[in-house]
Each structure stands twice: as C-alpha cells, then as structure tokens.
Design a protein around this ligand. Sequence first.
Ligand code: CA
Length: 224
Amino acid sequence: MNILLVEDDAALAQATAEVLRARGWRVDVSAAGEPVPRSVRQDDYDVLVLDIGLPGIDGLEVLRRVRAQGSHLPVLMLTARASIEDRVLGLETGADDYLVKPFAVPELLARLRALVRRHEFRRGGALALGRLRFDGGARRAFIGDAPLRLTARESVVLEYLLQQIGHIVARERLISQIADWNAAASNNALDLLISRLRAKIAPAGVRLRPVRGLGYMIEAGVAA
Ligand code: CA
C-alpha cells in the first residue's frame, strides 16, 4: 500500500509515517499542498491523507485540484477541529472520510483499510448476503435478479454496511457517510434512512440489527 501523507506538523507527520511503515505501508510525506496534485498524477498512490490546515494552499484547495484532474484516489482528510464546517466542506469537496486530530492510531488504520477496501470494491467487486447482492462497479443492489430501488444515500449506507459484515458499524460512521449541509438533522436523517432501508432489504432475508449505544450490524436473518 502506498500512502501520500500531507501534514505540515513535522512531529505528527513523522510519528504517523513510522506507525504506517511499521505495518508495511510505503509512506511519502509532504509538508505542503502545492506539489500534491502533480505527485498524485505521477505516483501510484492507494490513498491520500490530507491535513486541512496547511501553509500556502490549504487541504481543501489541494483536494479540489486533485479532483479537478479527474483523480478518484481515496482521500482521508485530517482536521484539527471537530467543526461541522470543515467536515462538511471536506466531504462536499470530494473527501471520502475525515478524522479529527488528535486521533488514535488504530482508528487511523481502520479508516485507511476501509477506504482502500471500498475503492477496490468499486473497481468491480460484488458483495452478497442472503439474497441481497451489491455490485460495486455499477453501485447497484439486487434481490435475486431484480434491481432494488435505492436512493443515493441508502445505497451509500448499504454499501458501507455490507463491506463490514460481521462488524458493528458506529452511528457516527454512518452519519458521516450521509452528512450534508443540514448537519443538525443527521441523527434523525439516519434513523429515517435506516428504517426505509430495513424495509427494502427485508425481502432478501437481510436485517439491520441495532446494537444499543454502538450502532448497527448487517446480517442474514429470516426472509420477510
Ligand atoms: Ca496542519
């Protein structure tokens, strides 16, 4: 795995790079955003970890430039504040996920693995559970051979859950997948979305099990 880490805090960049290298990832570090779009074009990175607060052009502008050249490289934004503005702007600009500093190393690793897994899945993988099948390339779901009609957000949440079969997915992770400008409504929005999605996938013999205080698990159940 090749990572480009863009972080101007030298101590944090070095510590993070060491942890990732110890796990066998190849890590290039850049302390500034300007060279990043060109590096992404020239090198074969699997993921970009991008701090928002950078000297010169900030992380959001770097991300805009990377996406403007047509790159679909998975991007994990780092932000010093849990501010909704940063988070929302990052996701709107084309980040795939974000992490608030200071972060725990296992959390960083989990996010990176999830990003890479999703990216690979969208290059043609498929996931199945019960009679439910999700085609990663087309990003469409089926029950048996029949296409399942999902909204864009339902599709994103279902894909995210299916990639973590056997694991509890935290509400916060799901909310970040559907975040929009109306962030205050996200908790309710997730509840509504989950209840609609649950009804749609029930005929496939798949259920979303709430795990109290933690989140949800997708699993094969009894067909409705
Ligand atoms: Ca910074």
